[in-house]
Design a protein around this ligand. Structure first.
Ligand SMILES: NC(=O)c1ccc[n+]([C@@H]2O[C@H](COP(=O)([O-])OP(=O)(O)OC[C@H]3O[C@@H](n4cnc5c(N)ncnc54)[C@H](O)[C@@H]3O)[C@@H](O)[C@H]2O)c1
Length: 273
């Protein structure tokens, strides 16, 4: 641990993992704690959030778990309130919650379209809505705002070979929400950046029947092979790759970086052209 986030308080929304292994939020919460942050592990799935918090505590880090549905204004207000009650400030918000439902505009049911928007976009909106006023107060008191990281996807800027209209549209909207929010709050030293992961090998992908069907006719091993073959580097990324990108954006090393779309994809978007 080199203490790149020493003294900072971080909320990671979606800090669990939907299955065994390392999702992006779980890895990010762990890396933040290893670098000295106090981490609030928020997730709809309390057991998953507790697993991440326990892992951090076992390593000697500081973390606690909170059950939060990011689509609920009240739940997000409660999350921020509990964070302030425990640690008194919020320096970092990592909006990692996201779901992917496969389907183009013709086959996608309207209620699925609406749910993906609620989870992927409204969730990040609500989290920023409640955290930014805290960061504004911090700026007024000490000149320090905070860092917000929105986890988008390369699906926001490219067709990745899988038709998921709602996923792509929500992530594209998240990019623009990131840019406009970054400009609006830059004077108060609140930085807002996006990470666009490429093809990552995470539990979310493993347990998505739609993705396994789209890539490998339901065979997960065939899906991994197909995804590896698409990437110029020859393999998918890992949750840790997203976590280390988030660490940079969260840290003071990125103090002059805002409104960025940081692509973490082994070169695949270059190949799509
Ligand atoms: N895995 C990939 O290949 C990939 C690629 C690009 C972008 N991403 C993005 O990275 C992020 C995380 O992906 P992951 O693979 O780690 O997924 P994951 O499913 O393992 O983790 C997401 C967590 O969010 C939680 N969650 C879902 N709905 C919630 C809600 N309403 N409120 C609170 N928590 C909720 C889940 O319980 C889960 O623990 C997502 O935003 C995803 O779109 C992933």
């Amino acid at each position: 641990m080199s203490g790149r986030l020493r003294g900072k308080v971080a909320i990671v929304a979606g800090a669990g993992s939907i299955g065994p292994g390392w999702g992006n939020g779980k890895a990010t919460a762990t890396v933040f704690a290893r670098e000295g942050a106090k981490v609030i592990c928020a997730d709809l799935n309390l057991a998953a959030a507790e697993e991440t918090a326990a892992f951090i505590q076992n390593e000697g880090g500081q973390a606690f778990a909170v059950q939060t549905d990011v689509t609920s204004n009240e739940a997000v207000a409660d999350l921020v309130g509990r964070t302030l009650g425990r640690y008194g400030r919020v320096d970092i918000l990592d909006n990692n919650v996201g779901i992917a439902e496969v389907g183009g505009v013709v086959e996608l049911p309207e209620e699925v379209w609406d749910r993906v928007f609620k989870v992927n976009l409204t969730g990040a909106f609500l989290a920023m809505k409640h955290v930014i006023p805290v960061m504004q107060r911090q700026f007024e008191q000490s000149g320090e705002g905070g860092s917000i990281i929105n986890i988008s996807s390369i699906a926001s800027i490219r067709y990745t070979g899988v038709p998921y209209a709602s996923y792509s549209a929500t992530k594209a909207a998240l990019n623009q929400l990131t840019r406009t929010t970054a400009v609006q709050y830059a004077p108060q030293k609140i930085r807002v950046n996006a990470i666009l992961p490429g093809l990552m090998k995470t539990p979310m992908v493993e347990h998505s029947a739609g993705l396994a069907q789209a890539y490998g006719e339901g065979d997960v091993e065939a899906m991994w092979a197909a995804r590896d073959a698409q990437v110029p580097m020859g393999h998918m990324g890992e949750a840790w790759d997203v976590a280390y990108a988030a660490l940079f954006l969260a840290s003071d090393e990125a103090r002059y970086v805002t409104g960025l779309e940081l692509v973490v994809d082994g070169g695949i978007t270059l190949k799509y052209g």
